[in-house]
Design a protein around this ligand. Structure first.
Ligand SMILES: [Zn+2]
Length: 133
């Protein structure tokens, strides 16, 4: 396996994995808060980082059929939401390539520290790599 890197985001506030604190997205990237996930409220975001996706799966949703992939935290492997690969309904096409993050599984963290406004990339610690299956 190649080397893995982890991106640290900077924005007004950052959404992190509730389990491990991994940075997932920034508040500015939220497209909608009006979604519902498996654990209640969910948000549609433009992009998510430090995640990996599962196999594509066709699912019937309230807004029609979509091809989606589960999205997992790259550090602790929690399933934090899903990604839309394809929308069968023309009016749902705006979701393609976007991510859903479950509000119950992420935490909003306002950026207040010395690193505020400074995105950076670090290599994932080795112990997290070896813990990967
Ligand atoms: Zn995590």
């Amino acid at each position: 396996m190649g080397r893995q890197f982890r991106v640290y985001l900077a924005g007004e506030s950052v959404f992190v994995c509730k389990q491990c604190g991994n940075h997932l997205t920034v508040k500015e990237g939220i497209l909608s808060n009006q979604f519902t996930g498996q654990h209640g409220k969910a948000m549609l975001v433009h992009h998510a980082v430090n995640v990996y996706t599962g196999e594509p799966d066709d699912r019937e949703m309230r807004t029609g059929k979509h091809t989606v992939r589960d999205v997992f935290c790259k550090v602790c492997h929690t399933c934090v939401g899903w990604k839309y690969d394809y929308a069968f309904e023309p009016e749902q096409k705006y979701k393609e390539g976007r991510y859903i993050l479950e509000r119950a599984l992420v935490v909003e963290k306002p950026e207040t520290g010395p690193d505020r406004g400074k995105p950076r990339i670090d290599e994932l610690p080795v112990r997290e790599l070896t813990a990967r299956v």
